[in-house]
Design a protein around this ligand. Structure first.
Ligand SMILES: [Fe+2]
Ligand SMILES: [Fe+2]
Length: 231
Protein backbone atom coordinates (compact mmCIF):
# COMPACT_ATOMS: atom_id res chain seq x y z
CA UNK A 1 0.00 0.00 0.00
CA UNK A 2 1.60 3.27 -1.16
CA UNK A 3 0.56 6.62 0.24
CA UNK A 4 1.43 10.25 -0.35
CA UNK A 5 0.47 13.44 1.46
CA UNK A 6 0.62 16.80 -0.32
CA UNK A 7 -0.61 20.22 0.77
CA UNK A 8 -2.38 21.69 -2.27
CA UNK A 9 -3.16 25.00 -0.56
CA UNK A 10 -2.90 26.31 2.98
CA UNK A 11 -4.27 23.51 5.18
CA UNK A 12 -5.81 21.55 2.31
CA UNK A 13 -4.22 18.14 1.96
CA UNK A 14 -4.43 15.58 -0.82
CA UNK A 15 -3.89 12.14 0.70
CA UNK A 16 -3.32 9.49 -1.95
CA UNK A 17 -3.56 5.83 -1.00
CA UNK A 18 -2.83 3.22 -3.66
CA UNK A 19 -3.36 -0.50 -2.93
CA UNK A 20 -1.80 -1.28 -6.36
CA UNK A 21 0.17 0.62 -9.02
CA UNK A 22 -2.87 0.64 -11.30
CA UNK A 23 -5.06 3.13 -9.47
CA UNK A 24 -4.83 5.58 -6.62
CA UNK A 25 -7.55 6.91 -4.34
CA UNK A 26 -7.35 10.53 -3.23
CA UNK A 27 -8.89 11.84 -0.04
CA UNK A 28 -8.92 15.51 0.81
CA UNK A 29 -8.57 16.89 4.31
CA UNK A 30 -9.36 20.55 4.93
CA UNK A 31 -7.78 21.69 8.17
CA UNK A 32 -9.60 24.72 9.52
CA UNK A 33 -11.57 25.82 12.61
CA UNK A 34 -13.91 23.03 11.52
CA UNK A 35 -12.16 20.25 9.62
CA UNK A 36 -13.68 18.40 6.68
CA UNK A 37 -12.75 15.07 5.13
CA UNK A 38 -13.83 14.53 1.53
CA UNK A 39 -14.03 10.78 0.67
CA UNK A 40 -13.83 8.21 3.47
CA UNK A 41 -12.06 5.58 1.40
CA UNK A 42 -13.09 1.94 1.46
CA UNK A 43 -12.73 -0.30 4.51
CA UNK A 44 -9.58 -2.03 3.22
CA UNK A 45 -7.59 1.20 3.25
CA UNK A 46 -9.12 2.61 6.41
CA UNK A 47 -6.17 1.74 8.69
CA UNK A 48 -3.66 3.42 6.37
CA UNK A 49 -5.82 6.50 5.82
CA UNK A 50 -6.90 7.09 9.36
CA UNK A 51 -3.34 6.87 10.68
CA UNK A 52 -2.33 9.62 8.20
CA UNK A 53 -5.30 11.84 9.12
CA UNK A 54 -4.55 11.30 12.84
CA UNK A 55 -1.08 12.72 12.30
CA UNK A 56 -2.50 15.85 10.70
CA UNK A 57 -5.34 16.66 13.15
CA UNK A 58 -6.77 15.43 16.43
CA UNK A 59 -9.77 13.41 15.30
CA UNK A 60 -12.06 15.38 17.64
CA UNK A 61 -11.58 18.30 15.24
CA UNK A 62 -13.12 16.46 12.32
CA UNK A 63 -16.51 18.12 11.92
CA UNK A 64 -17.75 17.09 8.46
CA UNK A 65 -17.42 13.96 6.38
CA UNK A 66 -18.38 14.59 2.76
CA UNK A 67 -18.57 12.39 -0.31
CA UNK A 68 -20.02 12.71 -3.79
CA UNK A 69 -22.01 9.51 -4.29
CA UNK A 70 -22.58 6.04 -2.91
CA UNK A 71 -19.61 3.86 -3.83
CA UNK A 72 -17.05 2.11 -1.66
CA UNK A 73 -14.19 4.53 -2.41
CA UNK A 74 -16.42 7.52 -1.66
CA UNK A 75 -18.07 6.38 1.58
CA UNK A 76 -17.36 2.68 2.30
CA UNK A 77 -15.58 3.37 5.60
CA UNK A 78 -18.01 6.07 6.79
CA UNK A 79 -19.07 4.14 9.89
CA UNK A 80 -15.44 3.35 10.77
CA UNK A 81 -14.77 7.10 10.77
CA UNK A 82 -17.85 7.85 12.85
CA UNK A 83 -16.55 5.45 15.52
CA UNK A 84 -13.24 7.27 15.95
CA UNK A 85 -14.23 10.88 15.20
CA UNK A 86 -16.85 11.71 17.84
CA UNK A 87 -17.83 15.14 16.47
CA UNK A 88 -17.97 14.22 12.80
CA UNK A 89 -21.25 14.60 10.94
CA UNK A 90 -21.77 13.08 7.49
CA UNK A 91 -23.43 15.26 4.89
CA UNK A 92 -25.82 14.21 2.16
CA UNK A 93 -28.62 15.74 0.09
CA UNK A 94 -32.36 15.06 -0.18
CA UNK A 95 -31.79 12.37 -2.80
CA UNK A 96 -29.15 10.57 -0.73
CA UNK A 97 -31.13 10.85 2.51
CA UNK A 98 -33.06 7.56 2.26
CA UNK A 99 -29.88 5.55 1.69
CA UNK A 100 -28.00 7.42 4.39
CA UNK A 101 -30.82 6.89 6.90
CA UNK A 102 -30.24 3.17 6.44
CA UNK A 103 -26.48 3.09 5.88
CA UNK A 104 -25.03 5.64 8.27
CA UNK A 105 -24.63 5.03 12.00
CA UNK A 106 -25.15 8.76 12.56
CA UNK A 107 -27.89 10.98 11.18
CA UNK A 108 -26.58 12.99 8.24
CA UNK A 109 -26.92 16.73 7.76
CA UNK A 110 -28.90 17.54 4.63
CA UNK A 111 -27.34 20.09 2.29
CA UNK A 112 -28.89 21.93 -0.65
CA UNK A 113 -27.63 23.18 -3.98
CA UNK A 114 -25.37 26.25 -3.70
CA UNK A 115 -25.37 26.07 0.11
CA UNK A 116 -22.14 27.33 1.64
CA UNK A 117 -20.52 25.40 4.49
CA UNK A 118 -18.33 27.78 6.48
CA UNK A 119 -15.29 25.99 7.91
CA UNK A 120 -13.50 29.19 9.02
CA UNK A 121 -10.98 30.39 6.40
CA UNK A 122 -12.47 28.06 3.82
CA UNK A 123 -16.00 28.16 2.43
CA UNK A 124 -17.35 25.11 0.68
CA UNK A 125 -20.08 25.54 -1.93
CA UNK A 126 -22.31 22.54 -2.52
CA UNK A 127 -23.01 21.71 -6.17
CA UNK A 128 -25.75 19.13 -6.65
CA UNK A 129 -24.91 17.26 -9.87
CA UNK A 130 -27.35 14.32 -10.14
CA UNK A 131 -25.94 11.40 -12.20
CA UNK A 132 -22.55 13.17 -12.70
CA UNK A 133 -20.00 11.64 -12.36
CA UNK A 134 -22.49 8.86 -11.60
CA UNK A 135 -25.27 8.15 -9.13
CA UNK A 136 -28.53 10.07 -8.72
CA UNK A 137 -27.35 11.58 -5.40
CA UNK A 138 -24.05 12.90 -6.78
CA UNK A 139 -22.71 16.23 -5.67
CA UNK A 140 -19.40 18.07 -5.97
CA UNK A 141 -17.69 20.48 -3.58
CA UNK A 142 -16.19 23.84 -4.52
CA UNK A 143 -13.79 25.49 -2.09
CA UNK A 144 -14.28 29.15 -2.90
CA UNK A 145 -11.26 30.76 -1.18
CA UNK A 146 -8.61 28.91 -3.22
CA UNK A 147 -10.80 27.91 -6.16
CA UNK A 148 -10.50 24.17 -5.62
CA UNK A 149 -13.14 21.94 -7.16
CA UNK A 150 -13.29 18.54 -5.46
CA UNK A 151 -14.54 16.77 -8.55
CA UNK A 152 -14.85 13.13 -7.46
CA UNK A 153 -14.33 10.91 -10.55
CA UNK A 154 -14.43 13.82 -12.99
CA UNK A 155 -10.90 14.27 -14.38
CA UNK A 156 -9.80 10.81 -13.19
CA UNK A 157 -6.52 9.33 -14.44
CA UNK A 158 -5.23 5.76 -14.02
CA UNK A 159 -2.00 4.86 -12.24
CA UNK A 160 -0.12 6.61 -9.46
CA UNK A 161 0.55 10.22 -10.34
CA UNK A 162 2.36 13.30 -9.07
CA UNK A 163 0.16 15.25 -6.62
CA UNK A 164 -0.37 18.41 -8.69
CA UNK A 165 0.34 19.06 -12.36
CA UNK A 166 0.11 21.96 -14.81
CA UNK A 167 0.63 19.61 -17.74
CA UNK A 168 -2.35 19.37 -20.08
CA UNK A 169 -3.76 15.91 -19.45
CA UNK A 170 -7.01 16.33 -21.42
CA UNK A 171 -6.27 13.58 -23.95
CA UNK A 172 -5.29 11.08 -21.28
CA UNK A 173 -8.33 11.92 -19.16
CA UNK A 174 -10.79 11.74 -22.06
CA UNK A 175 -9.34 8.45 -23.31
CA UNK A 176 -9.62 6.86 -19.86
CA UNK A 177 -13.13 8.25 -19.36
CA UNK A 178 -14.34 6.98 -22.74
CA UNK A 179 -12.75 3.55 -22.44
CA UNK A 180 -13.90 2.90 -18.89
CA UNK A 181 -17.33 4.49 -19.46
CA UNK A 182 -17.88 5.63 -15.88
CA UNK A 183 -19.53 8.97 -16.71
CA UNK A 184 -22.95 8.84 -18.40
CA UNK A 185 -23.43 10.83 -21.58
CA UNK A 186 -26.28 13.22 -22.27
CA UNK A 187 -27.94 16.42 -21.12
CA UNK A 188 -27.06 15.98 -17.44
CA UNK A 189 -23.39 15.81 -18.30
CA UNK A 190 -23.56 18.81 -20.61
CA UNK A 191 -25.38 20.99 -18.08
CA UNK A 192 -22.89 20.10 -15.30
CA UNK A 193 -19.90 20.94 -17.52
CA UNK A 194 -21.50 24.22 -18.53
CA UNK A 195 -22.11 25.06 -14.89
CA UNK A 196 -18.52 24.22 -13.92
CA UNK A 197 -17.17 26.38 -16.75
CA UNK A 198 -18.68 29.42 -15.04
CA UNK A 199 -16.75 28.83 -11.80
CA UNK A 200 -13.27 30.23 -11.29
CA UNK A 201 -11.50 26.92 -10.77
CA UNK A 202 -7.78 27.08 -10.03
CA UNK A 203 -7.43 23.42 -9.06
CA UNK A 204 -9.44 20.40 -10.16
CA UNK A 205 -8.92 17.95 -7.31
CA UNK A 206 -9.94 14.63 -8.78
CA UNK A 207 -10.33 11.47 -6.72
CA UNK A 208 -8.00 9.47 -8.95
CA UNK A 209 -4.80 10.96 -10.33
CA UNK A 210 -3.05 14.31 -10.21
CA UNK A 211 -4.84 17.45 -9.13
CA UNK A 212 -4.98 19.63 -12.24
CA UNK A 213 -3.78 23.19 -11.91
CA UNK A 214 -4.19 26.19 -14.22
CA UNK A 215 -5.38 26.70 -17.78
CA UNK A 216 -5.65 23.02 -18.62
CA UNK A 217 -8.88 22.90 -16.59
CA UNK A 218 -10.54 25.34 -18.97
CA UNK A 219 -9.11 23.42 -21.86
CA UNK A 220 -10.50 20.16 -20.48
CA UNK A 221 -13.97 21.65 -20.10
CA UNK A 222 -13.86 23.36 -23.46
CA UNK A 223 -12.45 20.41 -25.32
CA UNK A 224 -14.83 19.77 -28.19
CA UNK A 225 -14.38 16.04 -27.92
CA UNK A 226 -15.08 16.15 -24.20
CA UNK A 227 -18.40 17.88 -24.75
CA UNK A 228 -19.44 16.51 -28.15
CA UNK A 229 -18.81 12.93 -27.23
CA UNK A 230 -21.10 13.29 -24.33
CA UNK A 231 -24.11 14.77 -26.13
FE1 LIG B 1 -17.47 6.90 -8.40
FE1 LIG C 1 -13.90 7.14 -7.41
Amino acid sequence: MKSNIYEIANGIFRISVAPTDKFEFNHFLIVDEKCMLIHTGGKRIFDALHSIVSELIPLEKLQYIAFSHFESDECGALNNWLKIAPNAIPITNEIGKATMDDFSDKKAEIVNDNQIIDLGRNKIQILLTPHIPHGWESMLFFEITNGILFSSDLGAQPGINIPVTTENLSDRILKFQEEAGFIPKGENFKSVIERLRKLKINYLATMHGSTLKGDQITSLFENQIFIKQNL
